[in-house]
Design a protein around this ligand. Structure first.
Ligand code: ARG
Length: 581
């Protein structure tokens, strides 16, 4: 509560400054205190008296100006000037308790639902015949949380896994798949995708006949040849089958039906090039087809040329993204498209979208948003690598997370069954890895640190999961079911008020994630909520002898609201909650 008023007063000072009613250079130290006598209000500030002299104003007049410029707040019922210029605030307790009661009663914790839209979320997007590496985790989990948040708020979400399933490398991959099938007919599984790719490349480089066959297959594949299509499909399926294991393990909500790879846009590309030429946007330049963009300059300060078709007829990544944006608007009916792609592709996207807009394929009213993110770094501040400097496979990272979580659990003696344990290990391990990524502002690089992410203290998944199980154990001890609690919340203690006030900010936190594509807003919120809950739990006994039954009931309701928000919030983050751990 104090914080809230403090914040409102700081805003007010800023407002008064910009209205010219306070000198801009004035330093204002805002102090808020509890009123000794409730009849005078709940909280008071001496701000007007403090600022009156340096501002050259009468304290009571300044107090009136402050009240007049105070931003509106549902939490405040009444504001009064008292004595020489104190400002007294009366809370709107009824409103606040009503909000918490409504949260307990509603399945979605009473979040504000925006006007529903169709939103396409582009995320994960690994490449075919390559194993997912650690860096794929960023797009995968950030995008997944955006998709979940949007869905939670009632939007229609179309998940688009824009996998890299096209390009000249497929000739070589098909030729190698064929070679493998001939040599060990029964062993067609691409168990080791990395090795598969490397060996295919080696054959291509060393065996001229193989290379010839590979080049031939590229042409045939592009021409729609049935055999090549089937072989290509096998490569895609085998890769995605393996990726699906990672998705499931990570509790990422992508499935086969979300695959919309680069190949999907092939048929659109020739038409797009023709159209861009007809619109005068694309021109022939040294045999290639190029769009010159004033918005981007090359190193000589001239408009940058973006190639959309090479002289050999091949199309480019940019051409595909133009077609893709068009398809998402025209065919999928997107009102908004969110792309979770690393920041190095920013210029690529901006070029593709500038062309898309100029061609009129997607109207300005439909936002195309790049939600960029930085890299995952090791403790040494360099890109996260294996000891020998190689790329870390995602599956190895997930295995290590589970090993570490299992050891951690072993060290805390618990009486869980083996099956429960396995569940807890998965929940903690995947929660920790995902949360480490989600809780940082995505725009910067972040340091991957096992000890930090698996700690039960601090802004971590295990801490939040622990807060949740702690509430469950309060219910068990009280012998009640959280869902069947009746009665109304009453807020008397400071810690209760602070907790209630934090609870009702859940709606803003989830909406923030959906609007800005920033999961860390929800993480920070849940972390603060858990902190407020722990403080409340220390200060306000529930299961102790002598607690008034109505007070106890109200506190159990606060527990229920907190548990609900934690469960829903972690659910939006794609992190499991546990009844016991
Ligand atoms: N497959 C690409 C890569 O690994 C990412 C694709 C992102 N999505 C897009 N529409 N371009 O870099």
């Amino acid at each position: 509560m104090k914080e809230h008023i403090h914040h409102l007063l700081e805003q007010t000072v800023a407002n008064l400054k910009s209205a010219g009613l306070l000198p801009a250079e004035l330093e204002a130290r805002v102090l808020v205190d509890r009123c000794k006598d409730k009849a005078h209000g709940d909280l008071a500030t001496n701000l007007a008296m403090l600022l009156a002299k340096p501002a050259g104003k009468n304290p009571r007049e300044l107090a009136a100006a402050i009240i007049e410029h105070l931003p509106a707040s549902d939490l405040i019922a009444k504001v009064e000037i008292a004595g020489p210029g104190f400002i007294n605030f009366f809370f709107n307790q009824q409103w606040l308790t009503g909000q918490v009661d409504a949260m307990v009663a509603s399945a979605n914790a009473n979040v504000k639902l925006p006007t529903p839209q169709t939103v396409v979320v582009d995320y994960s997007a690994p490449n075919v015949a390559k194993e997912m590496a650690v860096h794929h985790i960023r797009s995968t989990v950030l995008g997944d949380v955006a998709a979940r948040a949007l869905e939670f708020l009632g939007h229609k979400v179309i998940r688009a896994n824009h996998i890299g399933d096209w390009g000249t490398q497929f000739g070589m991959l098909i030729a190698y798949l064929e070679k493998m099938a001939n040599e060990h007919a029964s062993d067609m599984a691409l168990k080791d995708l990395e090795a598969f790719y490397t060996q295919a490349k080696r054959c291509y480089d060393e065996d001229e006949a193989f290379a010839e066959r590979a080049r031939n297959y590229v042409v045939k594949l592009q021409g729609g040849d049935e055999y090549c299509r089937t072989m290509w499909k096998k490569l895609v399926d085998m890769t995605m089958e393996q990726n699906q294991i990672n998705y499931d393990r990570l509790n990422v909500s992508l499935t086969n039906k979300d695959i919309m790879g680069e190949s999907m846009y092939n048929d659109m590309l020739p038409q797009i090039v023709t159209d861009l030429k007809a619109k005068g946007l694309a021109v022939e330049s040294e045999g290639a087809t190029v769009v010159f963009l004033d918005e981007f300059k090359n190193k000589d300060g001239e408009p940058m040329g973006v190639i959309i078709q090479k002289s050999d007829g091949g199309f480019l990544y940019t051409t595909t993204d133009i077609a893709c944006a068009k398809y998402r608007y025209e065919t999928l009916g997107a009102d908004r498209v969110m792309y979770f792609i690393d920041s190095r592709q920013h210029q690529h996207l901006m070029q593709a979208w500038t062309i898309t807009r100029k061609a009129g394929y997607v109207p300005q009213a439909v936002p195309l948003e790049h939600h960029a993110f930085g890299m995952m770094l090791g403790k040494d501040g360099r890109p996260y690598k294996t000891r020998s400097g190689g790329t870390v496979k995602l599956v190895d990272l997930l295995n290590e997370a589970e090993e570490r979580a299992a050891a951690l659990l072993e060290s805390r003696n618990s009486d869980l069954s083996a099956e429960e344990k396995a569940n807890v290990v998965n929940a903690i391990a995947m929660g920790a890895v995902k949360y480490a990524d989600l809780s940082k502002n995505r725009t910067t690089d972040y340091i991957f640190d096992w000890d930090m992410m698996l700690s039960f203290e601090g802004n971590t998944a295990p801490y939040l999961q622990y807060a949740y199980t702690r509430i469950q154990s309060i219910f068990r001890k009280a012998g009640v079911e959280a869902d069947s609690l009746s009665g109304k919340v009453a807020l008397n203690e400071d810690a209760e008020l602070t907790l209630a006030q934090k609870l009702i900010q859940f709606s803003d936190a989830v909406n923030g994630v959906a609007e800005r594509g920033m999961p860390h807003l929800l993480c920070t919120y849940l972390y603060e909520l858990s902190g407020n809950f722990m403080t409340f739990y220390e200060a306000c006994p529930i299961n102790k002898d002598g607690v008034d039954p109505d007070v106890r009931q109200s506190r159990l309701l606060l527990c229920a609201a907190t548990a609900k928000v934690l469960k829903l919030g972690l659910g939006v983050l794609g992190i499991h909650t546990l009844e016991r751990m």
